[in-house]
Design a protein around this ligand. Structure first.
Ligand SMILES: Nc1nc2c(ncn2[C@@H]2O[C@H](COP(=O)(O)OP(=O)(O)OP(=O)(O)O)[C@@H](O)[C@H]2O)c(=O)[nH]1
Ligand SMILES: [Mg+2]
Length: 216
């Protein structure tokens, strides 16, 4: 508190003591329920065409910023759309959306581009993020390995969300955990990127997991 600092300074107390004392005293903004919202950055990652843009669009309360480009014959060899034949566009930079959970928790969602040639952007996108949702499609599970590796190596908390596509076989979360060797502390869930409730549940699981992962 400001007065504690100046009182301490007047009394000739050393800086070290002041900062100890400061740690013990809760600041008004820490206890005020009407304080400004806490803004957090969350990444949505996963392989090509797994539903990242769809997820951000499903829950964003602002018109999501999308950087979709039409796919042409030129990318036919690199971008495999056999699992998503209706897909005509692909993200070339990122998706951006916002959702307010509770009164004072605002999540800014950043969807990463799925194709390998755009992965150079991940370091920038990951800076300052509290966690990531790694989307997976059980028909192409290995497509999410690079995202898993990336978040494991940089230590960013993540959850694995299987975006269940109609007509694909349904698996239990524990089967997916085993197939991808996901550590037991990491939440794995089966969801649908087009369902607002399912996406919110996924985001809440991530926020809870990220809080647990914080050092004491
Ligand atoms: N059936 C079904 N289709 C989905 C689902 N989620 C996305 N789609 C469709 O799958 C396609 C891919 O979705 P996108 O959201 O563009 O995927 P993306 O991960 O952003 O793709 P890139 O940015 O190109 O890597 C689109 O045609 C969506 O309509 C889902 O949960 N179920
Ligand atoms: Mg996309």
């Amino acid at each position: 508190m400001a007065f504690a600092v100046s009182d301490a300074a007047n009394a000739g107390v050393s800086d070290a003591v002041v900062s100890d004392a400061e740690e013990e005293v809760l600041r008004p903004w820490q206890t005020d329920r009407n304080r400004a919202p806490v803004a957090t950055k969350i990444l949505v990652a996963g392989g090509f065409g797994v539903g990242k843009t769809t997820l951000v669009g499903t829950v964003s309360e602002i018109k999501p910023l999308e950087t979709e480009a039409l796919m042409t014959q030129a990318s036919a060899d690199t971008d495999d759309i056999t699992a998503t034949p209706g897909k005509t566009t692909t993200t070339v930079a990122m998706d951006f959306g916002r959702i307010t959970l509770d009164d004072d928790l605002v999540l800014y969602l950043f969807g990463t581009p799925g194709q390998q040639r755009f992965w150079f952007m991940w370091d920038d996108l990951a800076r300052g993020a509290v966690g990531a949702v790694v989307l997976a499609d059980t028909r192409r599970l290995k497509d999410c390995w690079p995202a898993l590796d990336y978040f494991e190596s940089c230590g960013l908390p993540y959850v694995v969300a299987v975006n269940h596509f109609d007509g694909s076989e349904r698996f239990e979360p524990e089967d997916v955990r085993e197939a991808l060797s996901i550590p037991s502390a990491v939440p794995v869930m089966i969801m649908d990127a087009r369902s607002r409730i399912a996406v919110i549940e996924t985001l809440l699981a991530l926020v809870g997991h990220a809080i647990e992962a914080l050092p004491e």
